[in-house]
Design a protein around this ligand. Structure first.
Ligand SMILES: CC(=O)N[C@H]1[C@@H](OP(=O)(O)OP(=O)(O)OC[C@H]2O[C@@H](n3ccc(=O)[nH]c3=O)[C@H](O)[C@@H]2O)O[C@H](CO)[C@@H](O)[C@@H]1O[C@H](C)C(=O)N[C@@H](C)C(=O)N[C@H](CCC(=O)O)C(=O)O
Ligand SMILES: Nc1ncnc2c1ncn2[C@@H]1O[C@H](COP(=O)(O)OP(=O)(O)OP(=O)(O)O)[C@@H](O)[C@H]1O
Ligand SMILES: N[C@H](CCC[C@H](N)C(=O)O)C(=O)O
Ligand SMILES: [Mg+2]
Length: 495
């Protein structure tokens, strides 16, 4: 595509150099620029992308988009806001792939990955292929690809959507993180459906207040747009959690139709007669198209919420109730979410991605519901993230378990000991007596595994599927599931 064609939709621009140059790709990271690319300079939190224009040009950038005057031997397009321009350019370059796909966005503090996975499974099983982008990976067909962010930058998103179109996908399901919504990564995505899981405390380091956090999530619902269709299957809609008070706000800011789901409050899609067991959860799914009994292999009341949200989307997409049940029941789990590590030991070891106060509480309450013995909780908090959640998470761990092992999560650039000290602030004297602090996560996991007795449960919380640990800016290989397995084997050899 020629530069002049690509930049035609931009209203505010000033071009120097030959606008007739051919553009082969769009890139925001100079290190990934290939010959013929358009390099867009973004101001980041760490560095200013404008600094990397020379490197981008050295690597063969055919043109540059910038906010300030930059010296470059290639055409330069100046715009007032490169981040805003990026979304337009990405959607234009990749020929608006979300007009060819039905795009479903899932937002909320907890449950995005799980709910997206359930939606994708139902749609794939029905024979309407769905691509997925989220925390664990991007998935198209049977193949998975690594992702850097839960919700990638606009350019990466649009590129992935075009790829999904080429691969025959009819749907794309994405997790829309609050950071991404706030930074405009999803601008230019034409959402077909927007799903809300829940809103509880997280990311206040970034958003500042719960109102701002809610506002960021709200962008997904305003981005559903104002267009109605005469075809019922083409109409856009929001799926909201009737049991979460933030839903009223999201309902107000979306012009589109709303489907609600819930357990406690009246809702269009409800779960009744819920029974939670250690191997699964059963409930009656009551919907505007009839009722059906469902037996999930997923554990906990929170899993019922995720299943209801997915069922609501599936119903709106015309999937029959029987098929919804079949798909939901077949899901064995999502990597790193309530994942059992089983080496034949007489106690339970669970790895879970709970890294917020609310998710930790939910998971521990679920465990308490079936644990026959003591509950050990190994937990830490991420560095360079919301400090306010640290004492809260430690307290929740102490309130709902018998032995607490405070350790490191991903300390990132922070001092690991200082993060643990912040966590300890949440504990009273009695709680501290049954708390151990072991800054080395491997040692913390071994400590719990070595002491657990038959019938006990060891929860290793916070890192779930992650296969690294970031300490002082360096990423080391680390997988809670592998480390737990090693510890179990070592104990087996000794005992
Ligand atoms: C706070 C935040 O969101 N940071 C994101 C941001 O990084 P940044 O602003 O520090 O980028 P930067 O290093 O200053 O670079 C600025 C620009 O210069 C460019 N650059 C930089 C270096 C270079 O050599 N050449 C070059 O061109 C960069 O590509 C970028 O365009 O832009 C990067 C590129 O898109 C992101 O990968 C990065 O996410 C970091 C890794 C991150 O941790 N983000 C978290 C907070 C986040 O977004 N999380 C949410 C999920 C949260 C949840 O689910 O709970 C997510 O969607 O992932
Ligand atoms: N609906 C829910 N409500 C509360 N907690 C949940 C819910 N679903 C899952 N959880 C808990 O939250 C953890 C994270 O779940 P999941 O990965 O699905 O959420 P997420 O929103 O994608 O998280 P992230 O923001 O880190 O990407 C799970 O391991 C579980 O402990
Ligand atoms: N998407 C979340 C993931 C947190 C996972 C936890 N293990 C941590 O590193 O804090 C974040 O970036 O805040
Ligand atoms: Mg996620």
């Amino acid at each position: 595509m020629r530069l002049e064609e690509l930049i035609r939709p931009l209203l505010l621009k000033e071009v120097t150099g030959n606008p007739g140059v051919e553009i082969r790709g769009v890139e925001t990271d100079s290190r990934r620029v290939r010959p013929g690319d358009l390099f867009i300079a973004l101001r980041g939190f760490t560095v200013d992308g404008h600094r990397y224009v020379p490197e981008a040009v050295r690597r063969g950038a055919a043109a540059v988009v910038a906010e300030e005057a930059v010296e470059a031997p290639v055409p330069v397009v100046r715009v007032p806001d490169t981040r805003r321009a990026m979304a337009v350019l990405a959607a234009t370059f990749y020929r608006h792939p979300t007009r060819e796909l039905k795009l479903i966005g899932v937002t909320g503090t907890n449950g995005k990955t799980t709910t997206s996975h359930l939606i994708q499974t139902i749609l794939n099983d029905r024979g309407t292929p769905a691509g997925l982008i989220g925390t664990i990976h991007m998935r198209i067909g049977d193949r998975s690809y690594p992702v850097r962010n839960t919700t990638p930058e606009a350019v990466d998103l649009q590129r992935s959507f075009r790829w999904m179109c080429d691969e025959g996908c009819r749907y794309a399901v994405i997790e829309a993180s609050s950071h991404a919504l706030d930074l405009g990564r999803t601008r230019g995505c034409e959402f077909h459906a927007a799903v809300f899981t829940n809103l509880t405390r997280d990311h206040l380091d970034y958003h500042g207040t719960m109102e701002k956090y809610r506002e960021a999530k709200g962008l997904l619902f305003s981005q559903l747009g104002n267009r109605f269709s005469d075809e019922p299957g083409e109409n856009r809609y929001a799926v909201l959690n009737a049991d979460d008070e933030a839903s009223a706000y999201f309902a107000r800011i979306t012009p589109q139709q709303v489907i609600t789901y819930g357990i406690e409050s009246p809702a269009d899609v409800r779960a009744e007669n819920i029974q939670i067991r250690s191997e699964g959860t059963s409930f009656t799914l009551r919907t505007f198209r009839g009722s059906i009994d469902v037996r999930l292999q997923l554990v906990g009341k929170f899993s019922v919420y995720n299943a209801l949200a997915a069922a609501a989307v599936a119903l709106a997409e015309g999937v029959p109730l029987e098929a919804i049940r079949g798909s939901l029941e077949a899901v064995t789990g999502v990597a790193g979410r309530f994942e059992k590590v089983d080496e034949g030991q007489p106690f339970t070891v669970l790895v879970d991605y709970a890294h917020t106060p609310d998710s930790l509480q939910n998971v521990l309450e679920t465990i308490r519901g079936f644990a026959r013995g003591s509950v050990y909780c190994v937990v830490g908090c991420g560095g360079d993230r919301d400090r306010g959640k640290r004492p809260r998470m430690a307290r929740i761990a102490a309130e709902h378990s018998d032995v607490v092992i405070l350790t490191s999560d991903n300390p990132r650039s922070e001092d690991p000991e200082a993060i643990i000290a912040d966590m300890l602030e949440g504990l009273d004297g009695e709680m501290r007596e049954r708390t151990v602090t072991l800054v080395d996560r491997r040692e913390a996991i071994r400590y719990a595994v070595d002491r657990a007795a038959p019938g006990d449960v060891v929860l290793i919380a916070g890192k779930g599927h992650e296969t690294y640990q970031e300490i002082k800016g360096v990423r080391y290989d680390f997988d809670d599931r592998e480390v737990a397995r090693e510890a179990l084997r070592a104990r087996g050899r000794v005992g």
